[in-house]
Design a protein around this ligand. Structure first.
Ligand SMILES: Nc1ncnc2c1ncn2[C@@H]1O[C@H](COP(=O)(O)OP(=O)(O)O)[C@@H](O)[C@H]1O
Ligand SMILES: [Mg+2]
Length: 329
């Protein structure tokens, strides 16, 4: 069966001043079946949002896709015409951003905005039908119906984010890209919204690419996880398996960091999230400078994909015995 989304060998550069180029996404591949969720997790700057924007066709002007395909139901979004892409966007593929970046229009009632969004994409829907659909969505998102007539500033942050999610789901998309959708919210609200997303994802059988710097959030929501480091996927597999038996030293570091910090009542912060040095040669592991197991081989050999289990892979420069790095104690 054709996957809902299949990303093949995707590489994306950003052009900077004086001919400088940064490779933000390097040879990324993954696929997602209908109704499944995949978490893209990694530190700030690892290329997650760039992948999300590429799927949505919303990359900034200085970005250049240097290779790859983004197949949605088998159709390459990078090669279809602009008009068709516009039709697909929001109707079939929707995106939820971090709350702070979202612009619910402040001068229109929230319910009206979502009705309008439906009618733009589905002109044949009557206003009554669109209203009924928005009411159902509000119920599903746990927002009281009287809120339909309120303005965004009358909503709390968590409620606004629920409304934004309702707007993304309004046209029954098959695929939703959620980029740090709960990061700006406090932990309790975040937890409630994640539960709602998970429940709706199952009920409506939506495919979700869930982007987060927080590996615990991804574990909660997603069937599959892809761990990114400096533009590359370094581990990919079923969430339960990756969390139970993480293979890549970086995944273990992320999990370890989370457990320690979570116990202290905190979360992974940017302070521990600095990408060391992405300007390493293609024939070296990018994580080697931070890897507790790195040997000289890791800076001289391109990392290979090593199978860890069913659909569970890590990208690691192997030890000389041909085995992946030993687990951390
Ligand atoms: N508009 C841009 N112009 C130039 N470089 C960018 C731009 N957006 C992102 N980058 C760079 O691309 C890399 C990946 O960024 P991003 O995809 O935002 O990562 P993440 O979402 O994982 O934090 C980073 O090194 C970042 O500095
Ligand atoms: Mg991002």
């Amino acid at each position: 069966m054709t996957p809902l989304l299949e990303i093949k060998d995707l590489s994306i550069d950003y052009r900077g001043g004086r001919g400088r180029r940064t490779t933000a996404v390097d040879d990324v591949s993954f696929s997602l079946s209908k109704g499944e969720s995949l978490g893209l997790v990694g530190e700030s700057g690892s290329g997650k949002s760039t992948i999300g924007a590429a799927i949505m066709g919303l990359l900034p002007g200085n970005a250049e896709i240097t290779s790859g395909q983004i197949l949605f139901n088998g159709e390459d979004l990078l090669r279809i015409d602009a008009e068709r892409l516009r039709q697909m966007r929001w109707k079939h593929v929707a995106m939820i951003f971090q709350a702070a970046m979202n612009a619910l229009n402040p001068i229109h009632r929230v319910g009206d905005q979502i009705v309008e969004a439906i009618r733009v994409h589905e002109p044949d829907t009557t206003p009554e039908d669109a209203r009924a659909r928005v009411s159902t969505l509000f119920e599903q998102m746990g927002i009281a119906l009287e809120r339909l007539g309120h303005f965004p500033h009358q909503y709390s942050g968590g409620m606004r984010q629920r409304a934004i999610i309702a707007m993304a789901l309004a046209c029954n998309p098959q695929l939703v890209i959620a980029d740090e959708p709960t990061t700006a919210l406090d932990v309790i609200v975040q937890d409630q919204i994640l539960k709602t997303i998970r429940a709706l994802q199952q009920k409506l059988s939506i495919g979700i690419v869930f982007i987060s710097h927080d590996i615990a959030v991804v574990a909660d929501v997603c069937h599959h996880v892809a761990v990114m480091y400096a533009g590359q996927i370094v581990e990919i597999g079923p969430s339960a398996e990756v969390f139970a038996t993480p293979g890549h030293p970086y995944t273990r570091m992320l999990l370890g960091a989370h457990i320690t910090l979570a116990d202290e009542g905190g979360k992974l912060t940017d302070a521990v999230c600095r990408i060391a040095d992405t300007a390493v040669s293609a024939s070296a592991c990018r994580f080697a400078p931070r890897c507790p197991h790195a040997t000289s081989q890791c800076t001289q050999t391109a990392p290979q994909w090593i199978r860890q289990g069913d659909n569970h892979w890590i990208r690691c420069a192997m030890t000389t015995e041909g085995k992946p790095c030993p687990p951390q104690p």
